[in-house]
Ligand binder design. Sequence first.
Ligand code: MG
Length: 392
Amino acid sequence: MSPTATLPRKRVVLLGATGSIGESTLRVIAAHPDKLELVAIAARAGHARLAAIARLFPSVRHVALFDEAAARDARTGAVFPAGVTLHDTGSAGLIALAGLPEADIILVAVVGTAGLAPALAALAAGKDLALASKEILVMAGQFVMAAAQAGGANILPVDSEHNAVFQCLAGHPVADVRRVTLTASGGAFRDWPADRLAHATPADALKHPNWAMGPKITVDSATLANKGLELIEARWLFGLRPDQCHAVLHPQSIVHALVEFNDGSVLAQLCPPSMTFPIQHALLHPARAPGTDLPLDLTKLSALEFRPVDEARFPLLRLARTALQAGGAAPAVFNAANEIAVAAFLAGRLPFLGIASVVEKTLDRVQPPAPADLAAVLAADAEARRVAAAKL
Ligand code: MG
C-alpha cells in the first residue's frame, strides 16, 4: 500500500472555477475522487456554468458570484441545486469561501487583483493556498508571504514554472541556490521580426503555440510580460534576490524551470504543457498519484532547445526586471499599467507595441515610496491605472 492511500481527502475551495485554470482543476479533482473533494466554487459572472459544476460535483455546498447582476439572475432562476448556499457578491463572497471552516486548501485562480483579499483571508485562517493568480504576489508579495508565515500555512505554486522550481527545491535550503531560471515558450510572436510586431493584431497575439489559456495571459505571453511577472513572483515565493531570477526561451514548453545550485548542479522539472500537472502536484502535495493527463514520452521529443530572450523585441521583460530591481510598489505599478494596456490592445484601441510604451511611461511617472501596508499598494495600483489610461 502506498503511504498516501490512508490520507484523508483534501477539501478544496476553487475560486475562479469557470476559467482555464478552473477547468483543469476540475479535471484533476474528478480524476482523484478518493483524494480530493470540491466543497466550494466561485466565478466572476458565469452563473450557468457555475451551476453546472455544482451539479457535476454534489460535494459542492458553497458558491459565490462576484458580479451583482449574475448573482441576481442566479437567485431569480434558482439555478443552484438545493442545499447549496449562494454567498455575497464581490470580495465578501470570495473571502467567505476562502475562510470556510471545512476547507483544507484554497485554489485562487481569479483574474486580476480580486484574488488578493481572499488569498490573505485564506492565509489568515491558516489554510493552505494553491496560488495561480500572479497579481497577488506581484502586487503584495511581502505582505502575502508574511501572512503565510504568521498563519503557519503553505503557499503551493500552481503556475507551471513556479511549481517546477518548488519541486526542484524540495529539501534544499535556498542558501544553496545560485540561480533560478524560468522557461518561456516565447508566445505567439517568438519568431516574428521586430518590424512585423508593429502590425500584430489581437487575433495574432491570441494564437499561443503551446498553451491554451485566457486572453489576458495569452497576450502577456506574446509580450513576455507574463515571464516578467513570473520573475517577480519567484523572488517572493522562494526568497530569492532579484539578480538570482532569470528567464530563458524554450520553445517546446517541456522543461518548466531549472534550479542551479552553488556547486554548479542544475535540477530541472519536465512534464507535458498541460496545467493538470502543476495543479495536481499543488493539490496533492506532498503525495503523488497517477497523472490526470498522459505523461511525457521522451522518445517522441525531437529536441529541447534553449536560447536567450531578445529584450529588444520583448521590452516588457526588461521593464519587469527593472521593476523587480526597484522593488517597493514598482512591480504593482508595472502590473497595473500592463493590465490597462493589454485591455486597450484587446479592444483594438492600442497597437501591440503600444503596450510596452504605456507601461514604460507609467513606470517613469508613478514612483511611490515603498508601501508600508496593503492600502499603500492598492493606492499605487489605482494611481498607475489612472496614469496608464491617460497615456493610451
Ligand atoms: Mg507560467
